[in-house]
Design a protein around this ligand. Structure first.
Ligand code: AMP
Length: 189
């Protein structure tokens, strides 16, 4: 049986959101994207949104305590009870530890961390293309460079973290969307 408590890990532009949406369709469990939730908070002008906006526009990570609060609240909702696809959370070791503590309280555990690997030149090209299509305010070249640096410094250590926890599956993120989706499916079943 396919794992149902999943985390998609990978640098910006690796295709986490795209693959998460395919898994939502196939597994019938929700995608939990802190990036989407933070963008919604920014649009709605909530206190979380006001705090997060300047970090997001600069391509910096939003402080752990803010993101952890947002993710915990979402994970406690009923529809996440039978499974979830975490997309873009956790992004730091402190966030990963907070997630472990929460899941323990909920008496469940993370079953698989799919790490999408993609060459960096390919990533920047993808992000610039997405900037044209979606017009995301953080998809300019300066912010993209900062997001890559943030990834390398703060998020990449999670690959080792989840390897040590015995739940890491590395998946080649290069290729067309369906091809990558098949690899992901193989990794989680
Ligand atoms: P994403 O849509 O996942 O690429 O996230 C867009 C931006 O939201 C990131 O560049 C961060 O500024 C912020 N963000 C999203 N998720 C997190 C997280 N788990 N920790 C810190 N910042 C985050």
């Amino acid at each position: 049986m396919a794992a149902r408590r999943l985390l998609l890990l990978g640098p910006p532009g690796a295709g986490k959101g795209t693959q998460a949406k395919i898994l939502v369709e196939r597994l019938g469990i929700p995608q939990i994207s802190t990036g989407d939730m933070l963008r919604a908070a920014v649009s709605a002008g909530t206190p979380v949104g006001v705090e997060a906006k300047s970090y997001m526009d600069a391509g910096k990570l939003v402080p752990d305590e803010v993101v952890i609060g947002v993710a915990e609240e979402r994970l406690r909702q009923d529809d996440a009870g039978s499974g979830f696809i975490l997309d873009g959370f956790p992004r730091t070791v402190a966030q990963a530890e907070a997630l472990d503590a929460l899941l323990e309280k909920l008496s469940v555990r993370l079953e698989c961390c799919v790490s999408l690997t993609v060459d960096e030149d390919e990533l920047v090209g993808r992000l610039l293309k997405r900037a044209e299509i979606e017009g995301r305010s953080d998809d300019n070249e300066e912010s993209i460079r900062t997001r890559m640096q943030e990834y390398r410094a703060k998020t990449e250590p999670l690959v080792a973290y989840y390897r040590e926890h015995g739940v890491l599956a590395e998946v080649d993120g290069l290729g067309d969307i369906e091809e990558v989706a098949k690899r992901v499916e193989g990794a989680i079943s």
